[in-house]
Design a protein around this ligand. Sequence first.
Ligand SMILES: Cc1cc2nc3c(=O)[nH]c(=O)nc-3n(C[C@H](O)[C@H](O)[C@H](O)COP(=O)(O)OP(=O)(O)OC[C@H]3O[C@@H](n4cnc5c(N)ncnc54)[C@H](O)[C@@H]3O)c2cc1C
Length: 401
Amino acid sequence: MGDVVVVGAGPVGLTAALAVRALGRPVTVVEAGAMDRIRPGSRAIFLHRATLQILERIQPGLGHELSSHGLGWSTKRTLYRGREVFRRTYPPPSPNALPAATSLPQIVTERVLHAACIDAGVEFIWNSEVTKATASPTGVRIESGAGVIADARYVIAADGARSAVRESAGLHLEGPRTSNAFVIVDTAEDPAEPLPLERVFHYEHPAVGFRNVLFVPFAGHWRVDLQCNADDDPDAFSGVDGVRQWLPKVMPAKYAERVTWVSTYVFRQAIANSFVDATRRILLTGEAAHVFAPFGARGLNSGVADAFVAVKAIDAALDVDPSAAEQLINQFAQSRRAAAERNRAASSTALTHLVASAPSTRLIRRAAAALAPVMPSAGRWLDAAPYGPPLGAPDSDGMQY
Ligand SMILES: Cc1cc2nc3c(=O)[nH]c(=O)nc-3n(C[C@H](O)[C@H](O)[C@H](O)COP(=O)(O)OP(=O)(O)OC[C@H]3O[C@@H](n4cnc5c(N)ncnc54)[C@H](O)[C@@H]3O)c2cc1C
């Protein structure tokens, strides 16, 4: 029986596997997809410095390598009904320090983590969809439709929002779903004539029926998020034809011909009822444990923290008696669930502000926009609110997400 099996080769599973190898233990990753699969869309494009620092602790150089593939935007701007209410430009980061954040497609993050795993000696079992995880007080057996895949003393479930491991362990996600849909578009930058590297948020953009629009640059592309109204049919704004209707009204028309991904989301704000099963052998991490709306970028960033803390707990638990081991695993479950509660509260604050279903929220936003030219704090508030509260101080595990 191996010490640790990780289910899922997404960014969180790959991080967990690397962390296990960094502690000198063998590890196997079991993944439903093929090694050469191409996952669609940019998805998690924002890696915070806190995450790059964790990756540096796991493997020195890894945070820097990821940031070398990403880009940093140093200017942020916010507009209200077409009028700028906030602008800030940060000084360039010091050449050898980790940047405040880096923006790159999730698939590139996964590629870099996968290459690091191969170098570190992580074993992979591809094309193997786990359908069942049976835990006992001494370990876990994982199976696919074809039979037993592996036995391990601990299993880290990193198999995403629909986690079969979580469901098999009798755990489930709990939490609400938003009613507003968001249309998310990736469009390729024109290297011959690039737009300035600025993150720009428009409250109630006049060119698209006063809907909110967010622009975020990431390596080679722009992410454009359009917030549909509650009574919109999101299909009318989605797909190649739908996007052609509105994108040229908010960006130079050529970007409508450079679209590489369009997706429509109704976000769920859900957390697993427990991050560990009854036997304390299956630990949930990443989207297997929680799903958040992406405003504030708390999904992948907090998943990396889950993976790091889970591996530390397992590493310690492997060397102690069963009751001390249970305690260590419980500590992981409690501290990461508490972190998920904080992250959900933060992304809910952002979402409530964006959706503004209460007329008072719209009124306050309008008042802040009117005051912004004479009261800079009103502009600052309008700029920050779509991403939720800032990161707090590190928790007892040293994690900010
Ligand atoms: C539009 C959008 C934008 C986002 N933007 C951000 C952002 O800017 N910043 C941020 O931090 N986060 C963001 N997120 C969230 C981020 O994408 C997720 O948090 C991240 O993908 C979760 O990683 P994961 O490894 O937990 O799960 P996943 O990436 O879903 O990986 C799960 C892996 O498990 C595999 N798997 C699934 N089931 C099984 C099974 N039964 N057996 C074996 N393998 C299995 C899958 O094939 C996959 O490889 C965004 C999400 C979306 C949808």
